[in-house]
Design a protein around this ligand. Sequence first.
Ligand code: GAP
Length: 455
Amino acid sequence: MDLMEKIISLSKRRGFIFQSSEIYGGVEALWDYGPLGSLLKNNIKEEWIKRFVQSYDSVVLIDGTVLMHPNVWKASGHLEHFTDPLVECKNCHSRFRVDHMADGRFAGQGKAKTKNQCPQCGGKDFTSAKQFNLMFKTFLGPVEDEAHITYLRPETAQSMFTNFKQVQEAMRLKIPFGIAQIGRCFRNEITTGNFTFRTREFDIAEIEYFVKPGEDEKWFDFWVDEWERFFLDLGLKKENLRRYEHPKEALSHYSKRTIDIEYKFPFGWSELAGIANRTNFDLSQHSKMSSKDLSYFDEETSKSYTPYVIEPTLGIERLLLALLVDAYQEIKGGRTTTTKAAKEVEVVLKLDKKIAPIKMAVVPLVKNKPELVKKAKEVYEILKSHFMCQYDEVDSIGRRYRRQDEIGTPFAITIDFETLEKDDVTIRDRDTMEQERVKINDLVGVLKNQLSQNL
Ligand code: GAP
């Protein structure tokens, strides 16, 4: 199995990610996050908010709607420009993105044997390219006519522009300041595949950082560094990240400059996140379309101007996939030689403690000694009011440790016979496998300390 297949298999087997509607055969490019996946995703979002909202005086959070006034998408240019060029095979009527045909990649069917050959039927005759809008169309209210059409948002950015003035006034913010948001976005992607990399429904975390025109280039550089530092601090390896500058002719309709931060996924270097200089494009467009003044009054100069916007953006699920790939380690022959299972391949998910879905497992050494089990359950009750933890008494202790290693649990708390005499337990570290004895009375404090050490 290649690394990607192993990640997909682990995700399903251990409850991180399942295919949506699997009992009906699944739906392409839609994935559900299971018990562990949803905790992991939440932890990533929380870290993002801590990092960019809590620790910045100049950044505030909002939570806008998915459905917005249809004019938003006219003003933003999405109706006109948010398109991919599509061709259709004249023989089997499969559709493909022209830009992906050119390098031999096709919609979820892998690579064609030769370029410009349909991977479905081998056909070589295609229609000319047509622009296909990626926004999902729907209707506001019960009448399904032109006047009631709107779209599921393809990015969260727009509600940060439409709310620019209200947020600035309500929070009495001075430029430079940012509005941040994490939210659900929808795109009717044509090229799918590569597990959760490109899906039709996903969460974007982005900031619109409003700056004085002329200071935009300085802030652009600032946010490229900040964004990359966030990924490194979440544990992504430096050698798996690189920057890619978009050539001028390939920039989005709103962008003066864009740099992607790419990750070395098992299927190749691909976009993880981006930073764009959106200039004053969006605020000017919304101001024109709504006839509302969206300028900023600078008290120092007593002049008004339309701010420029630097936008760092990232896909939460894409980041989650990169974190899984980066953390996955196999140890052939196992790390210990004491049990039969250790002869197998051991998997350790070296997720950063901050984002690990389960922080610790409470494990009695054996399950057939009632006094050990009773004590272990008491310890579990204490810990679960502070941390996301699991209780596990099934199978040998070695197997239980490995089950936790495989899902990235940083600590195992073992209750053994000494516990009954001395009222202490061992804390086993996932990465070093070292065990430290700690009094039960001190346990919560010690664990809190260890978990916050790398914040
Ligand atoms: N507001 C700017 C914007 O939306 P984007 O590059 O189109 O920029 C932002 O999207 C981020 O969302 C990307 O860097 C990527 O991480 C993620 N993303 C984009 N399309 C995606 C898809 N179909 N599935 C999963 N994540 C996606």
